[in-house]
Design a protein around this ligand. Sequence first.
Ligand code: ADE
Length: 239
Amino acid sequence: MKIDVLTLFPEMFHGVFGHSILKKAEERNFATYHVHNFREFSKNKHQKVDDYPYGGGAGMVLTPQPIFDAVHHLTKDMEKRPRIILMCPQGEKYTQKKAEELAGEEHLIFICGHYEGYDERIREFLVTDELSIGDYVLTGGELASMVIIDSVVRLLPGVLGNEESAPCDSYSSGLLEHPHYTRPTDFNGMKVPDTLLSGDHKKIEEWRRKESVRRTFLRRPDLLENRELTEEEKKWLKE
Ligand code: ADE
């Protein structure tokens, strides 16, 4: 997967792709990352990228020219149109389902504004997706794009060492993960549940499913709204 990021603050990305799973993904040729300053595409003699809003009002608006030209530069030799993703608080709320969808793409381009608005023609005629990472306003789209890139790259086949670890994640199954324990069995009087030490794999599996359903019900009941509970799961919730 090729990932391009358009931003006025490329320094914010320094180091982000150079650690842990994102780094490994690049080393193993599953992903490449390219960060571009779209100011370099400005045709204005002072390399301006924003201007006052028509109709008046506070704040500045990012002009279409540098962003259209930057995207054109990145896509001109491409046969397939990539996903062009605009980071903004008014976009579609980002979810694990969207991460899975984006992980199926070959090329993603992220457009990150910073404090300012976008000229509406960018939304209307250039981008394929507008994404928000949550109902709060950041100073810019950079951090939000990092969140999305991280969550997409880890889903690329082969990136995670243990192939099983992705599907069991919270959200992939529609449920939150069950609790985990490791050594020691007794930490200052705080004990590991007996079932996990029993060696009975069927019982352990049932305990985990039960805790997963219970935890989801208590913490994120909204996730259960789109998921029919089995009779057994309903029984667990009454226990
Ligand atoms: N830019 C500013 N706030 C944002 C948010 N919540 N999600 C995505 N991009 C943003």
